[in-house]
Design a protein around this ligand. Structure first.
Ligand SMILES: [Zn+2]
Length: 327
């Protein structure tokens, strides 16, 4: 057991005298040792922490790496979605231009470049992280704009397509009777009764009295009655197509057909006859523009979608060669 007592030599008494340690001194000494220990510990921990990492820190670093990797992969996927959307937008522009014959949404609106400046929200992160987060945020913005444009574009295409569909349905396009055989065409023709050459504003299809006659396109019946020379007539307006069709020398209108009736293409609207200035039972069929002058056009040009190329050639040839109309 170590002897912790201290002595000093008293010259006067010629003897060693034990030093009595004061309580205050003891406390001071203990305090100093404690402070020194604390300082040394703090320095030690500081030094250690710079050269070693705790398991929690290792786990955190791994988590950050995984998140960064996932973010990079998400960014790459977003970029490829954005590219695919751009391809779809290009297809849209083609549909507008070629199928719908309309102007696509302004090219300017498809300019999707977003500023390249680093987002200030990420400024305090490390450069690679800040760049990745900025790029991802930009790609999200781009995708959002692309999706909005795409959605608007589809709505417009749908509207245009349905308008186009309505126009097409009103277009006089089919032959107005079955087994049509055209015997007199459109243009200057010799009138068989008036014995003069005059404009024949339609085409003649010889057919027995009572043959069902069809609406050539969707429309609204605008006239049912008689007209000088034409005999019994019905007229159908096709306003979206800008045309009116006229059926003349009829025996009668079909049941339920009166002015204002809405008719569908192919619907029976009248029966052929031999009324008015007519030399034989036939249908005189006209297609006119729905303008003030009601300019007649050659009905043969409207049959194109309804006949085969061979039938069309035959109709054109017949229309050209015949010189006398049935009127
Ligand atoms: Zn005629």
């Amino acid at each position: 057991m170590p002897d912790n007592r201290f002595f000093y030599y008293d010259h006067d008494a010629c003897t060693f005298v034990e030093v009595e340690p004061s309580r205050k001194g003891l406390w001071l000494k203990a305090g100093a040792i404690l402070c020194l220990s604390l300082v040394l510990s703090a320095v030690g921990i500081g030094v250690l922490s710079t050269v070693t990492t705790s398991p929690a820190e290792v786990a955190q670093a791994e988590e950050i790496d995984a998140l960064r990797g996932q973010l990079a992969s998400a960014h790459s996927q977003l970029t490829s979605f954005s590219d695919e959307l751009e391809d779809l937008a290009e297809t849209d522009r083609e549909i507008y231009r070629t199928v719908l014959n309309a102007e696509p949404i302004s090219e300017d609106e498809f300019q999707l470049g977003v500023g390249g400046a680093e987002d200030s929200r990420f400024a305090r992160f490390s450069t690679p992280t800040a760049e990745l987060l900025t790029e991802t945020a930009e790609t999200f913005d781009r995708l959002e704009r692309q999706l909005q444009l795409q959605s608007r574009s589809y709505q417009e295409i749908r509207t245009l397509a349905s308008q186009r569909d309505a126009v097409l349905r009103q277009q006089p396009a089919i032959l107005p009777l079955k087994g049509a055989r055209l015997t007199s065409g459109f243009g200057m023709r010799f009138h068989p009764i008036l014995r003069v050459s005059r404009m024949h504003a339609g085409v003649d299809f010889p057919t027995p009295v009572g043959t069902p006659l069809y609406a050539a396109g969707d429309g609204r019946v605008s006239f049912v009655g008689t007209k000088s020379g034409y005999g019994n007539v019905i007229e159908i307006d096709h306003p979206l197509a800008g045309k009116v069709t006229r059926y003349a020398h009829l025996s009668r209108a079909a049941d339920g057909i009166r002015e204002g009736s809405l008719v569908r293409r192919g619907q029976t609207v009248a029966y052929s006859g031999n009324t008015g200035l007519s030399t034989a039972p036939h249908l005189h069929y006209e297609v006119r523009l729905l303008n003030e002058e009601r300019t007649p056009i050659n009905p043969v040009s409207t049959f194109v979608p309804d006949v085969t190329p061979a039938q069309y050639r035959e109709l054109v040839e017949a229309a050209r060669s015949q010189t006398i109309s049935f009127d």
